[in-house]
Design a protein around this ligand. Structure first.
Ligand code: NZQ
Ligand code: ZN
Length: 385
């Protein structure tokens, strides 16, 4: 196992009715800005519950944070923050709202010229407003991690800082019942790929990390389809298991002390940046291709995955690995997400532009060994055609 330091300070309030916990979770003296998206929280009564819980607080609101939040939208919150002396942010929504709020929190106290610098120039974030969140879409893990992804002019880029980790997150599975089937699928697939990118590398004998990761993968494979089936779609245990799995998949725990490979995400971000394909749908297209192109580097872990996740113990190594990749794709099909570029009407002609963008964004040494150069990414995209 590799050396690591692990700390996750986000307090989780999980379960039915937990939005009420906001009343105590946010200091009474705070001047709160509630941030949200395009208004789903107003049709499913999440907004009503938040407002009721904050009845003794001073609060304002900022709406319109779009999926794959944009720099231009997020910068608009700065005026409100200054105008109302905001000192606490409450994100109510999915990963985009939480990520966008992380950017707003850091931008509010940024002392340089343009907060975009901490995204592109790696300028360290020295301070940020405190954030709490009410998660409405289980998927990204953003509710208890230090990362965020923001888009400016078609450039979709991640940034990290422990200062933007939410102080608390409310996870009430009931609020996910209003999600569309597409968003439910996206969430399960995103969490599945997060787990895979911290698991499918090379072995460092991290038994706890591996078995936690395998537990999450098995849970998502078992519960994901139930969240789409009419008879079980509204089952709160199913929703709860998915919600907790998604948080655990990217809260830092399973990735501590093991190598990681975020190539699927980084290539996927280019597909979203250029063609606005939903985040999870880029991942279901890219991951199987990464598994195929990087089979040699990942051989030992692929065999472990084949055996422990798909019960594949018979036949030679090559056939077990191919079958495991096929079963991964089948799972994605059951979750109704695409697994080929052609499924989203993209073809060979688009590959060069994507490689240019990856290069421009410095994504030239991806993977657990830094061996996924633009040339290898080209193979991956070609394998995904
Ligand atoms: O705009 P609203 O009204 O909020 O509607 C949203 C949006 O249209 C809707 N929605 C959310 N909760 C709902 C709901 N509709 C009905 N009922 C509910 N309970 O769902 C749509 C998609 O929301 P979005 O927040 O974009 O989805 P998701 O949570 O999948 O977030 C995706 C973003 O997170 C980033 C992605 O790149 C993408 O920008 N990621 C962030 C990560 C992180 N911070 O660690 C890691 C991830 O890998 C990912 O990259
Ligand atoms: Zn993701």
């Amino acid at each position: 196992m590799l050396n690591f330091s692990f700390q996750n300070t986000t307090k989780i309030h999980f379960g039915a009715g937990q939005i009420k916990a906001l009343a105590k979770a946010i200091p009474k003296t705070a001047r709160v800005l509630i941030t949200y998206g395009s208004g789903s929280i107003k049709t499913n009564d999440v907004y009503g519950q938040v407002v009721a819980a904050l009845s003794e607080h001073i609060w304002f609101e900022f709406s319109g944070i779009e999926p794959n939040p944009s720099y231009d939208t997020l910068m608009k919150a700065q005026t409100l923050i200054r105008q109302h002396d905001i000192d606490y942010l409450l994100a109510v929504g999915g990963g985009s709202v939480v990520d966008g709020t992380k950017f707003i929190a850091a931008a509010a106290l940024f002392e340089g010229d343009d907060p975009w610098d901490f995204v592109t120039k790696g300028q360290p974030i020295k301070q940020a407003l405190p954030i709490g969140c009410v998660l409405t879409l289980p998927a990204t893990g953003s509710e208890s991690n230090t990362g965020a992804v923001v888009t400016r002019d078609g450039n979709k880029l991640p940034f990290q800082s422990p200062l933007v980790r939410p102080l608390f997150a409310v996870l009430d599975p009931a609020v996910t019942l209003s999600l569309s089937e597409r968003q439910v699928s996206n969430g399960v697939v995103d969490a599945f790929v997060h787990t895979m990118e911290q698991y499918l590398t090379y072995s460092v004998n991290g038994k706890v990390q591996d078995r936690f990761a395998e537990g999450l993968l098995l849970t998502l494979i078992e519960e994901g389809p139930k969240a789409l089936a009419a008879e079980t779609a509204n089952d709160l245990d199913v929703r709860g298991n998915i919600m907790w799995a998604a948080t655990m998949a990217l809260n830092g725990l399973i990735g501590s002390g093991v190598p990681q490979d975020w190539s699927t995400h980084m290539i996927g971000h280019e597909l979203t940046g250029a063609y606005q394909i939903d985040h999870a749908r880029t991942l279901s297209i890219v991951l199987p291709a990464v598994m195929k192109v990087c089979t040699e580097e990942k051989r030992e872990k692929l065999l472990q995955y084949a055996e422990r996740i798909w019960d594949l113990t018979e036949g030679d190594e090559g056939s077990r690995i191919s079958r495991a990749i096929e079963l991964t794709e089948e799972f994605f099909h059951i979750m109704k997400v695409p697994t080929r570029l052609s499924h989203v009407d993209l073809g060979e002609t688009e590959i060069e532009g994507l490689i240019e963008k990856l290069t421009q964004h410095g994504m030239v040494k991806l993977g657990e060994h830094g061996a996924i150069t633009p040339e290898v990414s080209r193979h991956i995209l070609t394998a995904a055609l």
